[in-house]
Design a protein around this ligand. Structure first.
Ligand code: SF4
Ligand code: SF4
Length: 381
């Protein structure tokens, strides 16, 4: 296996100063060959940030707009036509997109740079010949229209997968609530991770640039805490990038489902020694005290469905609705098992049907859903 290259740029002071971020992004992309290696004049270039849900940049849920802006500038320098797009959680509509772009600071980026914001909500199908579980992928039409895709993940934990990185970021190209269908069909961790890898191999972004200037630890991808990591990572290889990021964060490969499955598929050896790090040396960065998610999500693929449900209930954290609930219904709309109802302006979860996918926890705008550890988790703590 040839060594993949991952660029590591250490920024040190964790603020999103425009000029410094521009410099840092340019350096990261230069370290893997420069923007001219990936973008030709006249090409339509999709820049795909992580826009999980409507959220201001300082909460560290979405890719920061200064990083998006810096990539837009690079693409324009190379003569490309940048378009910014993602499919956040919830029904995929221009109204939803308008709100998400506004809160993420991307309307200003578009006005300042002339980049286009995507409002096309067509769903298309993409063959995935290298896919293990998915041979035909449901995908946003705007992604198929692009000549080049640049993915901009955020360095964050993830209740289900362990880590939200370059691999997980591309799930955002599955249109709106179609995502819930994938959760309902692929209920074990490893199945879901296989599907994420199928997307990566089908979509093939030109490169991935991870915003780790301020990431998120704890109960990510939306209810954790901002974690000032002060780094950018850049690579053409999503799996290698995630391996380096999780290594720095101290998350063992076994706890990160897409990496565990990628090793089984031969997409990585799982060893950091097999990756060529360029830029700052790995030892110069330490993400001290970075907290893993508390969900304790585990794979029970080898068990039959009925036993699996039993073990999930005993060993894995369950979603719990708290006082902050305002009854908006977003969790119910996005629950793949339709096991949430709204009564008296409050969400009620029927846990007997819950598959612990944590979509409700991710998408609740009030952070009203917490992950309650199972009795076994509490016992062994
Ligand atoms: S739990 Fe959150 S998403 Fe669900 S209804 Fe309450 S506030 Fe809305
Ligand atoms: S209640 Fe929440 S965790 Fe359970 S299946 Fe629905 S969205 Fe997933």
């Amino acid at each position: 296996m040839t060594k993949s290259t991952v660029a590591l740029v250490n920024y040190a002071d964790n603020c999103y100063d425009k000029l410094r971020v521009e410099h840092m992004v340019r350096r990261a992309v230069d370290l893997i060959g420069g923007i001219g290696r990936f973008v030709r004049p006249g090409q339509r270039v999709l820049i795909k940030p992580n826009l999980l849900r409507k959220s201001p940049p300082d909460q560290a849920i979405v890719t920061h707009p200064t990083v998006v802006r810096a990539v837009v500038r690079l693409v324009q320098e190379a003569g490309g036509r940048p378009i910014i797009g993602d499919s956040p959680g919830g029904p995929f509509s221009p109204t939803l997109l308008r709100g998400v772009y506004q809160s993420a600071g991307l309307v200003e980026v578009a006005e300042e740079t002339g980049a286009e914001l995507n409002y096309d909500v067509r769903a298309e199908r993409l063959p995935a010949p290298e896919g293990r579980l998915i041979k035909i992928l449901d995908i946003c039409g705007f992604a198929l229209d692009a000549d080049v895709i640049i993915s901009l993940p955020k360095l964050k934990t993830h209740g289900l997968m362990g880590f939200t990185g370059a691999t997980k970021n591309l799930f955002g190209l599955v249109p709106g609530v179609t995502k819930a269908g994938y959760h309902a069909k692929l209920q074990t961790l490893d199945q879901f991770a296989e599907m994420l890898l199928d997307i990566v191999t089908a979509v093939k972004p030109a490169f991935h640039l991870m915003d780790g200037i301020v990431g998120m630890d704890g109960d990510g991808p939306s209810a954790g805490d901002p974690y000032p990591a002060g780094i950018l990572l850049c690579s053409t290889d999503a799996v290698a990038l995630d391996l380096v990021a999780t290594h720095l964060a101290g998350l063992p490969l076994e706890r990160v489902a897409p990496l565990r499955v990628a090793r089984r598929r031969g997409l990585t050896t799982g060893s950091i020694q097999d990756i060529q790090i360029v830029g700052e040396p790995l030892e110069s960065v330490r993400l001290e005290g970075f907290r893993a998610p508390g969900s304790g999500a585990k794979d029970f693929s080898i068990l039959p469905h009925s036993m699996r449900q039993f073990f999930v209930r005993q060993l894995v954290a369950s979603p719990q609705v708290g006082e902050k609930c305002v009854g908006c219904g977003i969790c119910a709309q996005n629950c793949p098992m339709q096991t949430i109802r709204i009564e008296n302006q409050r969400a009620i979860i029927n846990l007997s049907n819950c598959i612990r996918c944590y979509c409700c926890h991710e998408l609740c705008p009030e952070k009203a859903i917490t992950l309650k550890q199972s009795w076994v988790q509490r016992l062994v703590r």
